[in-house]
Design a protein around this ligand. Structure first.
Ligand SMILES: [Zn+2]
Length: 71
């Protein structure tokens, strides 16, 4: 199931919510666990921020990659 990240604009608390697509479509209303704020802002972290290289063990290995790739 996808993970949705929300951040509280008040206290900057960041939470992760695991919800199915249908649950998401019904509308997620996360509450800040710290200050109780209901207006959490969804964070789109994109793809593998901070670990874009070599973490997934994918089968694709460009020939220009140095040692360590595919090993
Ligand atoms: Zn908060």
């Amino acid at each position: 199931m996808p993970i949705y990240e929300f951040i509280c604009p008040v206290c900057k608390e960041k939470i992760e919510i695991i919800a199915s697509i249908s649950e998401k479509q019904k509308g997620l209303k996360p509450l800040c666990p710290k200050c109780g704020n209901e207006k959490m802002i969804q964070v789109f972290s994109g793809f593998a921020v901070g670990s874009s290289r070599g973490s997934s063990g994918s089968s694709f290995c460009p020939p220009t990659a140095g040692p360590g790739c595919c090993r």
